[in-house]
Ligand binder design. Structure first.
Ligand code: CP
Length: 317
């Protein structure tokens, strides 16, 4: 594997989950694979889970790891070609990327949507420049539009906890005070659509996601109806995708918060969230602390999803 961004990059999902279980059972079995290989992780945005889990996965594989927080100590980077660089950004991404490629064998990139230009975000302008100019395999650690390491971990977690062959999985919008990208719900929809699960998305009017990701998923605007019979409830906030409201918060309606009453509508569902989560906006204390909540094992599986992806990249170097 040379690039990892879309569900299609991982190939057969049954095989990917099988490999994940194998890695999880013996995570140091491939520690020679990454010997003398260097992973460079580049963060344009903050992280807790992605940074730690990906570094741990790389160490399990015997890799050396360099982390660059672009906003802490690095030169500020200009990303637009043609700009007269007389402002506060002394370095251009077009030099910085190939230079970074000189110091490593594999690159992970985190670069969120900027909400300045929808086309730039959805064309993945930053991530694609790394693909084009680094000369290295590149994987997404959450881009402007997708978060595949999260979705792969979510899939592994559902496979571990499901009690029926074809669970009902409900992705529900929930309120949040700030504008968040669509990357997690986009990816989750893309990955769930690649399974044979009964997959439903529920959100208020105005929060429709791109059809590129939601495909033929069932969209239900009545959250209570969507939650009925759910085996898994995946809560997440996202900002509006459709023009003219791209990147805007249209609602903070707390009747969409996942509470014990909402969970009572489900088939004793498991609660999931990618974290970080704002308690009592997205989900009540009671639900996230309940024995049906699997947010911690879900986060733990981030190490496993990252390790499978890095393993496959290393095998193809
Ligand atoms: N879920 C996730 O990607 O967490 P971080 O933003 O902390 O990396």
């Amino acid at each position: 594997m040379r690039y990892f961004k879309s569900v299609t990059d991982i190939g057969d999902l049954h095989e990917a989950v099988r490999e994940a279980m194998e890695v999880k059972a013996n995570r140091f079995a491939y520690k020679e694979l990454g010997k003398d290989k260097t992973l460079l992780m580049i963060f344009f945005n903050s992280s807790l889970r992605t940074r730690l889990s990906t570094q741990k996965a790389a160490m399990n594989l015997g890799m050396n790891v360099i982390v660059l927080d672009v906003n802490q100590g690095a030169w500020k980077l200009e990303t637009e070609r043609g700009v007269i660089m007389d402002g506060d950004k002394p370095e251009h991404l077009l030099e910085a990327i190939p230079v970074m490629g000189c110091y490593c064998d594999v690159i992970g990139v985190r670069s969120f949507a900027r909400f300045e230009n929808k086309r730039d975000d959805y064309e993945e302008k930053i991530f694609n420049q790394f693909v084009k100019y680094s000369g290295r395999p590149v994987f997404a650690m959450e881009t402007a539009t997708v978060h595949p390491l999260q979705s792969f971990a979510d899939l592994i977690t559902i496979e571990e906890y499901k009690t029926v062959e074809r669970p009902r999985v409900v992705l529900t919008w929930a309120p949040h005070p700030k504008a968040l990208p669509q990357a997690v719900p986009n990816s989750f929809a893309q990955w769930m659509n690649a399974t044979d699960y009964d997959f439903v998305i529920t959100h208020p009017h105005g929060y429709e996601l791109s059809k590129e990701f939601t495909g033929n998923a069932t969209i239900e605007y009545d959250q209570d109806k969507a939650l009925q019979g759910a085996d898994f409830v995946y809560a997440k906030n996202w900002s509006a995708f459709e023009d003219p409201n791209y990147g805007k918060v249209l609602s903070t309606d707390r009747s969409w918060t996942i509470t014990t009453e909402k969970m009572a509508l489900t088939n004793n569902a498991r609660f999931m969230h990618c974290l970080p989560v704002r308690r009592n906006m997205i989900v009540s204390d009671d639900v996230i602390e309940s024995e049906r909540s699997i947010v911690i094992p879900e986060a733990a599986n981030r190490e496993i999803s990252a390790q499978v992806v890095l393993k496959r990249i290393l095998e193809d170097l």
